[in-house]
Ligand binder design. Structure first.
Ligand SMILES: [Zn+2]
Ligand SMILES: [Zn+2]
Length: 255
């Protein structure tokens, strides 16, 4: 049997290694870097008014078990996925590590498509996972975190993680993006999901996702851009809640 039977024409072991190692390093650096940043901010109780649920923490046990899973996923599953699924798809769509750099316009168009494809697949699959049966079977695990921290972002049932991986990479495959764009998108998407699980409400997207974990059945199913939540009105509860919080804070300040 040909040991490269799954590899499309043009793929090489050398490129497979560079592709996997580069994306893996970007993935880990952004993931661990942002997790560490938010941990320091929480430990030092910085920006207290921006901390979700007044800084209430998830239990130590939950955090420990999520870190254990994170380590296994990031050491085994992530590189295997990158080398044996994503690299062949990259080659199949005409990608090559040695190709020249893309134009700024090309990068912007591809990233815009990635943002929209990711938001669409994530929103509708996530909304479906809130169906009573599917929630119990699959999505409940992710919602065991009522208070979020970055490590909780990938703490989910394997099927849910698989859907999220498809959402994340589909845009790049559809567009046949350059290797540069792959790296940039991985950095942006990993930061975005950790930001949404930061336990801070410094921007609306992070506030929406913290709200979603606090009140799992009150909407806010999208990613950072919140496009479908806005269009379909599933962020309405969050808007009302946010307004109440604002009024409360104002009253407290004037008391
Ligand atoms: Zn979440
Ligand atoms: Zn959910």
């Amino acid at each position: 049997m040909d040991w490269m039977f799954w590899m499309p024409e043009g793929g090489t072991w050398n490129e497979l290694f560079v592709f996997t190692a580069t994306l893996w390093v970007i993935h880990q650096t952004v993931s661990l870097g942002s997790a560490l940043l938010f941990k320091i901010l929480h430990d030092q109780e910085r920006f207290p008014t921006l901390r979700a649920q007044k800084g209430k923490k998830p239990s130590e046990e939950m955090v420990k078990s999520a870190w254990k899973e994170w380590i296994v996923n990031h050491i085994f599953s992530v590189p295997i996925l990158m080398a044996f699924v994503l690299y062949p798809l990259f080659v199949l769509r005409g990608g090559s590590i040695s190709a020249s750099l893309p134009s700024v316009m090309e990068v912007l168009v591809d990233i815009t498509v990635c943002v929209f494809v990711n938001e669409t697949i994530f929103y509708f699959s996530h909304r479906l996972l809130h169906n009573r049966k599917l929630f119990r079977l699959i999505h409940r695990k992710h919602h065991l975190f009522r208070q979020v921290r970055p490590v909780s972002s990938e703490y989910a049932h394997p099927l849910e993680n698989l859907i999220n991986i498809i959402a994340m990479y589909a845009g790049l495959v559809i567009m046949g993006s350059s290797f540069f764009t792959w790296g940039l998108w991985v950095a942006l998407r990993i930061y975005e999901t950790n930001d949404g699980h930061s336990g801070y409400e410094h921007i609306d997207s992070a506030s929406r996702h913290a709200f979603h974990h606090q009140y799992p059945h009150k909407g806010c199913y999208g990613t950072a851009i919140g496009f479908w939540d806005r269009v379909l009105g599933t962020d309405q509860n969050w808007r009302e809640w946010k307004e109440k919080q604002r009024v409360k804070a104002e009253k407290a300040a004037s008391a």
